[in-house]
Design a protein around this ligand. Structure first.
Ligand SMILES: NC(=O)c1ccc[n+]([C@@H]2O[C@H](COP(=O)([O-])OP(=O)(O)OC[C@H]3O[C@@H](n4cnc5c(N)ncnc54)[C@H](O)[C@@H]3O)[C@@H](O)[C@H]2O)c1
Ligand SMILES: [Zn+2]
Length: 490
């Protein structure tokens, strides 16, 4: 039976709750960088790590050049790692351990430093600040993360495969440097590869055959039929044939356009997506939906066209604007409740890989969204209403974050989940630096009207709600409950 298999061996990086290793770590051969929201806390932990390992304490100023220094333990802040080139260098030549309070979800954390620390960290160590401030727990965690490293500073790469009933396959490869794998997915006989991308996406690819870059304009407004038509004309002028292929390098706008151009050029040629936004990696590039907007509505013309492979280049996320990164986390937050569990305790590569795996699993079971695929719209009913009513001044993922809280409050009101489960939703969304409240200025009655326009079923409005059987679609016909529940998210 064709199916989807996911190998979870990679979740080695979950540090929390594991027994303290008795194995001596030995002297690390590279610097250890301890980062925390609170610089004094980071310094305390770094000092103790230095003491336990018998190595000197370093200074954050040495982050710019490790070459002269031997192994040392250095405390650093998100600000010290803000520069993209420096962060990349540090990640390659040091072990970056992020010590994070287990209570981080109690208040909204600063998005900018969350994005920096999320992209920098080789390990995330959660500590409980209730006992001795958690210092010894954090130090144990840092030492354990050093001992657990799969190889000297070797980056983690995750590979998975979607297999459809008729034998089609999509490889999903997640990690640092995975664009180097692109050549593996260029089929023999392919002579030309069209790289569809946007200006400003600083990711260069090498397909190993003749290739040419075709830029599309930025933004949602670029998802138009004439942009696809223009791409196809340029493909034809270049002499691309049915034997050739498209590689889309970018976020959801690029993979939607590149995917649809590939789906329709010569009635369909292969496509590989190189996803460079967080939203693209965990959502847009996976599942084969692609298409464009019409003046009459979003995504009204398109196709199901499965990519040959999806390469999620984690390195690309370094340059993503903070707001795009944080918004992607809003979409990612929904996977906590679709079987993902504590994704926030994972470093970026396994976090993206696990989220991608959940989407891939749902899509392989219901490629054309006749049933279960709808659960991927968890949090989306309010999100779509907010996007429509607010004329898109919220990023999609930001709206999904608020939508998740609303869906949890509604499920609670309908007796499907308890108050703790609602609190968990709030903790997860806040912990990613997102708001849990509808911004001022929205007409709440209008939002309820818009729910009905989003997904009107015969028996009521179809919501995706958490409950005793997990997240599922539920018809709701009680408009008073829908309106009153909005008061819980303002
Ligand atoms: N097909 C699907 O299943 C599906 C699912 C979800 C969303 N989508 C679509 O995805 C689109 C949104 O995607 P998105 O959030 O990725 O937005 P996007 O593609 O517009 O990218 C956001 C911005 O980031 C820039 N960018 C991309 N990668 C970068 C990088 N590595 N460094 C710096 N800048 C970079 C882009 O040029 C763009 O300006 C929407 O059109 C939505 O409809 C499709
Ligand atoms: Zn979405």
């Amino acid at each position: 039976m064709p199916g989807f298999a996911y190998e979870p061996a990679m979740f080695k990086q979950v540090m929390s709750g594991r027994a303290v290793s008795k194995d001596p770590v030995g002297t690390p051969d590279s610097p250890v960088v301890v980062v925390a929201a609170d610089p004094y806390y980071a310094q305390n932990v770094a000092d103790e790590v230095a003491h336990r390992l018998g190595i000197p304490t370093g200074n954050a100023s040495t982050l710019t050049d490790f070459s002269a220094a031997g192994p040392s333990s250095i405390a650093a802040s998100a600000g010290d790692l803000a520069d993209v080139a420096l962060r990349r260098r540090v990640r390659r030549s040091a072990h970056v351990a992020w010590v994070r309070s287990a209570r981080h979800g109690n208040q909204r954390e600063e998005a900018e430093s969350l994005a920096v620390l999320s992209t920098a960290a080789d390990a995330i160590i959660e500590f409980d600040p209730s006992d001795d401030g958690g210092v010894s727990e954090s130090v144990d965690g840092v030492l354990r993360s050093l001992a657990d490293k799969p190889g000297a500073l070797s980056p983690l790469v995750d590979e998975q495969q979607m297999v459809f009933g008729d034998g089609r396959r999509t490889d999903i490869v997640v990690g640092h440097g995975v664009i180097d794998r692109l050549k593996d997915f260029v089929h023999s006989g392919c002579r030309k590869v069209a790289i569809v991308t946007q200006a400003g996406i600083d990711v260069t690819v090498d397909c190993g055959v003749e290739q040419r870059v075709f830029e599309v304009p930025p933004g949602e407004s670029a998802k138009r039929l004439d942009v696809v038509g223009d791409l196809a004309s340029r493909f034809a002028q270049w002499g691309m044939t049915r034997a050739d292929m498209v590689v889309a390098v970018g976020g959801g706008v690029v993979t939607d356009l590149g995917g649809f151009a590939a789906a329709s050029y010569h009635r369909g040629i292969p496509v590989v997506h190189v996803a460079t936004t967080l939203l693209g990696q965990i959502d847009a590039a996976i599942g084969g939906k692609c298409g464009v907007n019409l003046p009459e509505g979003k995504n009204l013309v398109g196709a199901f066209w499965q990519p040959r492979a999806v390469l999620c280049e984690i390195e690309a996320l370094d340059t993503l604007p903070t707001r795009e990164f944080t918004a992607g986390m809003g979409e990612l937050a929904k996977y906590h409740f679709l079987g993902g569990g504590h994704l926030d305790r994972l470093t970026l590569t396994p976090r993206v890989a696990r989220s991608a795996a959940i989407k891939a699993d749902v899509v392989t079971g219901d490629e054309r969204e006749v049933g279960r695929r709808a659960i991927l719209n968890y949090g989306h009913t309010l999100a779509h209403a907010l996007e429509t009513a607010g004329h898109y001044d919220l990023r999609h993922g930001e709206a999904v974050g608020i939508g998740l809280i609303y869906a949890a409050e509604l499920a609670h009101r309908l007796g499907r989940i308890n108050a703790e489960r609602v609190a968990e939703h709030r903790k997860v969304v806040r912990g990613y630096g997102l708001s849990t409240e509808i911004p001022d200025g929205y007409d709440l009655d209008l939002l309820v009207d818009l729910f009905a326009r989003d997904k009107k079923a015969l028996t009521g409005i179809t919501f995706v709600l958490d409950g005793p059987n997990g997240v599922e679609t539920v018809p709701v016909d009680d408009n008073t409950a829908l309106r009153e529940t909005l008061d819980a998210v303002i």
